[in-house]
Write a protein that binds this ligand. Structure first.
Ligand code: NAP
Length: 283
């Protein structure tokens, strides 16, 4: 039976720490701006959760809502304004963006010191160079989760399923920095099952519910399920829980595993952005 890796308690502690650090800024608290372009209901829900988290942690949130027919130029103009707004320390553009707007162009327009999601090329480059930088929230939360449960990636074979800019690639970089031997798999990978069976640590960030069967997992492996796909209103992970739980040594459940950590790390990163900017007048 696997030990379940709960993200809830850890997320609470990360937020408590962020709240305490936010309070230290007194009447100049950290400010997070969220750009929400379009009318995707899931995005609205995520943005609501992020703003609620700001409210409970003493972080000011600024919402920039833009219509679904917004042009890339209009989004870039909003970002330019937020870059020069001294009350804004951190900027997040909720994905997905409306069609015709390039997420990578938008990410590149954010001031790297306000790049709370760690998607700007400068932060991506620093991550791969092993330098200190703002880290993407979901994989950073996973690294905290592993550490919380005493799981050391060093010398182990980590297989990351998924190669997105948001999860898969930065996850691979962070595991590599922690001295794991990393393989990144994706939709074109041949014989995924054998590859997964060779993993000591398997991180699945695909979005196909039940993809990872018990027979895909080596006895005693650590399995991190990032997948979150809503089926009939409930979140479903990539892992077929009832088959994998008896085989894995550790398993993060969906919900309650990785999910809560993403928002907690967003709070932590926002405070870090604020700390990097010093007194308001000097920004
Ligand atoms: P994404 O951009 O759609 O990337 C999915 C990746 O999975 C791609 O690299 C794709 O390969 C690969 N893939 C798709 N089908 C596959 C298959 N059958 N076998 C192997 N690989 C396959 O998604 P994402 O943004 O990284 O998110 C992945 C999942 O994590 C989603 O369920 C998302 O909701 C969840 N998520 C959760 C959190 C959280 O806080 N809990 C945060 C972010 C994301 P190709 O590159 O070849 O297309």
């Amino acid at each position: 039976m696997a030990i379940l890796l709960s993200g809830r308690d850890l997320a609470r502690r990360i937020e408590a720490e962020a709240k305490e650090r936010a309070a230290a800024f007194g009447d100049e608290p950290p400010g997070l701006a969220v750009v929400l372009a379009g009318d995707d209901p899931a995005s609205r829900g995520y943005v609501r959760s992020k703003r609620k988290a700001c409210a409970r942690n003493g972080i000011e949130s600024h919402l920039v809502e833009m219509p679904p027919d917004s042009t890339q130029q209009a989004v870039l103009a909003e970002i330019a304004a937020l870059n020069s707004d001294t009350s804004v320390d951190a900027i997040l553009c909720q994905l997905p963006l409306p069609s015709g707007i390039s997420p990578s162009v938008v990410a590149s327009a954010v001031d790297p010191s306000k790049d709370v999601d760690g998607f700007h090329p400068m932060n991506v480059g620093r991550l791969w160079r092993g330098e200190d930088c703002l880290l993407p929230c979901t994989p950073a939360g996973i690294m905290r989760l592993l550490s919380e449960y005493g799981i050391k990636p060093e010398g182990r074979h980590a297989v990351v399923l998924g190669r997105s800019t948001i999860v898969g690639k930065p996850m691979a970089a962070m595991l590599l920095a922690a001295n794991a031997t990393v393989t990144v798999a994706h939709s074109r990978t041949a014989d995924l099952q054998s590859l997964c069976r060779s993993a000591d640590i398997l991180v699945s960030a695909v979005g196909v519910p039940g993809l990872i069967r018990g027979s895909w997992v080596r006895e005693g492996a650590v399995v991190i399920d990032v997948g979150t796909t809503y089926v009939d209103g409930s979140p479903r992970g990539d892992v077929l829980f009832e088959e994998v739980e008896p085989v894995a040594s550790h398993l993060s459940p969906v919900p309650g595993g990785v999910g809560p950590l993403t928002i907690a790390m967003l709070m932590s990163n926002t405070v870090r952005c604020r700390a990097g900017r010093g007194a308001r007048g000097s920004a």
